[in-house]
Design a protein around this ligand. Sequence first.
Ligand code: GAR
Length: 210
Amino acid sequence: MNKLNVVILISGYGSNLKNIINYNKKKEININITCVISDNANANGLKIAREENIETCLIDNKKELGQELDKILANKKMDLIVLAGFMKILPPNIIQKYFGKILNIHPSLLPKYPGLNTHEQVIKNNESEHGATVHFVTEKLDGGPLIIQGKIKIKNTDTIKCLKEKVHKIEYEIYPIAINWFQKGLIKQEKNFFIFKNKRIDKPIEHILG
Ligand code: GAR
């Protein structure tokens, strides 16, 4: 199978990036990370990419994000854009141009809790469960077709910090699965729908944690 050319966008720590790199090394996915792009010069994820000899690119925040990203992405070999903790909203020109080729991971059981501070909100609202979701990106913030989710039960003793850790562990399982499915052509985005093995699926696939 041909290697999938993937561009990864990050803003911060980059543990999902590191995890994807590790899965690739273990050959559990078969991708070529052509570039790691960040809007934050101090992002630890950039350090991780450099240590792995992956090309990095810094977004100039003084320029308009849509034009800046368009310019950067136009020069990259790319079959898929993976948002891994990219904290800026992708501009519409990018979403339209690369429609069906952009995945995002979000730390909640979407459609619940789009946006920021998801762990704080689930605790405040006494939710009984929490998790992470991989979805295709559309212009609706964290609102594109849902692909795969992993869930955990929330305990009374759970803090924001420990929920963040537990959700990260889920993310490390479900993002490589989604990338692998994309590579094998098993998942597609058609308009606002998620297609899995040529069938329209209205709910995300539930991943049982390993
Ligand atoms: C992850 O939990 C990811 O789901 C979240 O940022 C974290 C990045 O962690 N993304 C968002 O909130 C996007 N809306 P990492 O930098 O260690 O991979």
